[in-house]
Design a protein around this ligand. Structure first.
Ligand code: 6PG
Length: 235
C-alpha cells in the first residue's frame, strides 16, 4: 500500500493545503454522485481546518458527515469530537442535521458502537476519511495493544475500553471500515508525533499503518517531523 507524504514548513500552509484537498474531494464526489460522504478526525490538529471550512463555497446540502471515533462523554461535553467539529464548523454551515451522523457515545461504548454500525452500514465507500495521529501511533480510537478491527470478520465499529488517551471509554470505526474509502488523509502536527512518524516510515506496525485503503494514504505533516524522523534512530 502506498503512503504519500506531504510536508509543509508552517501549520498555516498545511491547513490551507488540507482545506483545498477536502474541497476538491467534495467537488469531485458531488460531480460524480451528487453526494459527498466524509469522515471527520477528532483531536486538536483538525480544528483550524474545520474553522476554515466554515467560509467555503461548496454545495453544503450534498455533504454527509460521519465521525471516525468518539469519546464516551455527555453529548454536549466540550471534550466530544462532535462538539469540537460543531463549534468550529458544522453549527455554522448548511449541512442538513439529518446528514451529520454523530456517534451516540453518551449511551456507552457497546450500544453506541452497535447503533453506529447501522449508520455506516448504509454507506458502501466513504469519499474521504480524515485521521489524526497520536504519540503512540494511534489513530481514531485504535490504540496499540487493542483490537484494530483489521481482521476479515472484524466489526465495523468497535467499543474501546482502557484507552491510554483519556477518556478510557471510546467508540471507533474499525481499520477496515476506515479504509473503505476513495481517499484517506492523515493530519499530523506537533513535536510529540516525531517517534510515531519515524516508526510508521520505518515499517513498524503502529495502528495508523493498519489503515490500508486501495488507493493508499496521504499524510499531511509538518516538515520538521519528516526531516528528523531518521535522526531519531541514529541519535
Ligand atoms: C481523539 C482522536 C485521536 C486524535 C489523535 C491526535 O478522539 O482523541 O480521534 O485519534 O486524532 O490523538 O490528536 P491531536 O490532533 O490532538 O494531537
Amino acid at each position: 500500500m502506498s503512503s504519500r507524504w506531504h510536508s509543509y514548513s508552517t501549520m498555516a500552509e498545511l491547513e490551507a493545503a488540507a482545506v483545498r484537498a477536502i474541497l476538491q474531494a467534495a467537488q469531485l464526489a458531488i460531480s460524480r454522485h451528487k453526494e459527498f460522504h466524509i469522515v471527520l478526525a477528532g483531536g486538536n490538529t483538525p480544528r483550524r481546518i474545520y474553522e476554515a471550512l466554515r467560509l467555503a463555497d461548496t454545495d453544503w446540502p450534498a455533504w454527509h458527515v460521519y465521525f471516525g471515533d468518539e469519546r464516551c462523554l455527555p453529548a454536549d461535553h466540550a471534550g466530544r469530537n462532535s462538539r469540537m467539529a460543531g463549534l468550529a464548523w458544522l453549527d455554522h454551515v448548511g449541512i442538513p442535521a439529518a446528514q451529520i451522523h454523530v456517534i451516540e457515545a453518551e449511551r456507552g461504548a457497546e450500544l453506541a458502537a452497535q447503533r453506529y454500525a447501522q449508520t455506516v452500514g448504509r454507506v458502501a465507500q466513504f469519499d474521504l476519511v480524515l485521521l489524526g495521529l497520536g504519540e503512540d501511533g494511534h489513530t481514531a480510537s485504535l490504540f496499540p495493544h487493542h483490537d484494530q478491527g483489521n481482521a476479515p470478520d472484524a466489526p465495523v465499529v468497535l467499543a474501546v475500553y482502557d484507552a491510554p488517551k483519556p477518556p478510557p471509554e471510546r467508540v471507533s470505526l474499525s481499520a477496515n471500515r476506515l479504509a473503505a474509502a476513495r481517499q484517506v488523509m492523515f493530519l499530523v502536527a506537533g513535536e510529540s508525533k516525531r517517534q510515531a512518524v519515524h516508526d510508521w516510515r520505518n515499517g513498524m506496525d503502529i495502528p495508523a499503518a493498519a489503515i490500508k485503503p486501495a488507493a493508499g494514504v496521504d499524510v499531511y505533516l509538518e516538515a520538521g517531523l519528516l526531516e528528523s524522523a531518521g535522526r531519531t534512530q541514529a541519535g
